[in-house]
Design a protein. Structure first.
Length: 182
């Protein structure tokens, strides 16, 4: 009789195990679907990232290639003006001078448009951040360290120096020259 009583338990245990396996199988398939969905999402994100990277690279390449396009378009009328000045030179020197002055005005206008400021520091204190000293001179009545001559104007774009002004700077009289004058 014990065998008969153990049979229903085995069947119940077998049924329970079978139900649990079906539940586990179902859970496994649900989790597999989630993993597949996450994998597909990851692949899409990776593709989007690669596309964005390619677009950014292409944009950067174009910026390097064509970044000066606007500036060059602004320079073309100046080139035209210089060519007209040269064509007129042999005929009339006044027209040449007028053409050169107009060209210079165009250049100044272009520099203003691109926020380029001229550094012309005559009679200012020498500043190595904006000026390049080409030499020093003793100048009567001028304190040492002052710009007394601008050899070449400098230019500044916003806060950045494009080219420092090349200048001559005043210096103090040397002791030997003071003694000679006395």
């Amino acid at each position: 009789m014990l065998e008969d009583e153990s049979n229903p338990s085995e069947e119940a245990l077998s049924a329970t195990i079978s139900n649990e396996m079906v539940g586990l199988q179902k859970s496994l398939e649900e989790e597999k679907e989630k993993v597949d969905a996450h994998w597909q999402r990851l692949l899409r994100l990776q593709a989007e990232f690669e596309n964005a990277n390619r677009r950014a690279s292409k944009d950067l390449e174009n910026a390097h290639k064509y970044g000066v396009e606007k500036l060059l378009l602004e320079l073309l009328p100046i080139v035209d003006s210089l060519e007209r000045s040269l064509e007129a030179a042999p005929q009339d020197k006044d027209v040449l001078l007028e053409g050169v002055q107009l060209t210079l005005n165009l250049m100044h206008s272009l520099l203003d448009k691109f926020h380029v400021q001229t550094l012309n520091p005559i009679s200012q204190k020498f500043d190595p951040a904006f000026h390049e000293a080409m030499g020093m001179q003793e100048v009567e009545g001028v304190p040492p360290g002052m710009v007394v001559l601008v050899i070449q104007k400098g230019y500044q774009l916003h806060e950045r120096v494009l080219r420092p002004a090349r200048v001559m700077v005043s210096r103090a009289r040397t002791a030997q020259k003071v003694d000679e004058q006395a």
